[in-house]
Design a binder for this molecule. Structure first.
Ligand SMILES: [Ca+2]
Ligand SMILES: [Ca+2]
Length: 282
């Protein structure tokens, strides 16, 4: 069994959850069905596509040394592997007290062996919190689990809780949301370029996230215009939530030449360009 140092808990917890996008689900068990054991009522499970975590919510206060919590994981959805009695493949054993302790074990038949993974975090926050990398348990898409509590070992009714009351809960890994990709820069000119006249090139970006897409104004826009080889001043301007523009004045004596406007649009840290060309009309 490993010692769980309370002073190190807050740091480990913060490091494990910082910045990660997660999905999750809540599981519920009746209150008042645990005798003198810790009463499991709510278990939050969440994942970020790589790691998943349990929070077995408990009232304030640290459990004492007679309090036992076990989180049992049926990692392969196969009752023929793991523990003979219920097919559980891995278990986290937690015991309260000062110091409290925990152990992570792999079940085989009627026995088990302790296992160690570098990414495991076990802390007491708003209850027992347990984070682990899905790959460490060979979990790819989901798993079954249950939570047991008791007073001393072995866990025995009436001072015990089994949640859920029969079988296992099931959790599917949601994985991280698909990224939003700056797919394309769209340009359109309401009016043709004419010698000596103002010209506006409208610019929008197309964002794609999985099957969904949206058109909107870029976060930033750089306009570079030329007629032949000569540079032409062009100004970037935001028009609305869905469009921006490159504004310029077409130089004189350019009839029949080609106006080229390169619009480089920015969305977050992504950039993409589109080039518009047209023959200058008189
Ligand atoms: Ca309960
Ligand atoms: Ca199994």
């Amino acid at each position: 069994m490993r010692l769980l140092l309370v002073s190190a808990l807050a740091f480990a917890l913060a490091a494990g959850t910082a910045g990660a996008q997660t999905r999750g689900a809540e599981f519920n068990d009746p209150a008042g069905d645990a005798g003198n054991a810790l009463d499991v009522t709510t278990v939050d499970v969440e994942d970020n596509g790589t790691d998943f975590g349990f929070r077995v919510l408990m009232p304030p206060g640290f459990p004492d040394e007679s309090d036992i919590i076990e989180i049992l994981i049926e990692s392969d959805h196969n009752p023929a592997t793991g523990r003979t009695s219920d097919g559980a493949d891995y278990g986290l054993f937690f015991q309260g007290g000062n110091p409290s302790s925990y152990g992570l074990v792999k079940f085989q038949g009627d026995g088990f062996t302790q296992v160690h993974f570098d990414d495991v975090e076990v802390v007491w926050g708003t209850g027992l919190e347990f984070d682990i990398a899905a790959a460490d348990l060979g979990i790819k898409t989901g798993f079954d689990f249950k939570v047991l509590t008791g007073v001393g070992l072995p866990l025995q009714a009436p001072n015990a809780d089994v949640a859920p009351d029969t079988g296992y809960w099931h959790y599917d890994l949601g994985g991280p949301p698909e990224p939003i990709v700056l797919d394309r820069v769209l340009t359109s000119a309401p009016k043709k370029p004419r010698v000596g006249k103002a010209f506006r090139l409208q610019v929008a970006i197309r964002l794609v996230q999985g099957d969904a897409s949206a058109i909107r104004s870029p976060d930033g826009l750089i306009c570079a215009a030329t007629v032949g080889k000569a540079k032409v001043n062009a100004t970037a301007k935001r028009l609305s939530a869905t469009a921006a523009a490159c504004d310029l004045t077409v130089p004189k004596k350019t009839k029949g030449k080609t106006l080229t406007v390169k619009a480089t649009a920015q969305y977050g840290d992504q950039t993409k360009s589109a080039t518009y060309t047209a023959k200058i009309a008189p």
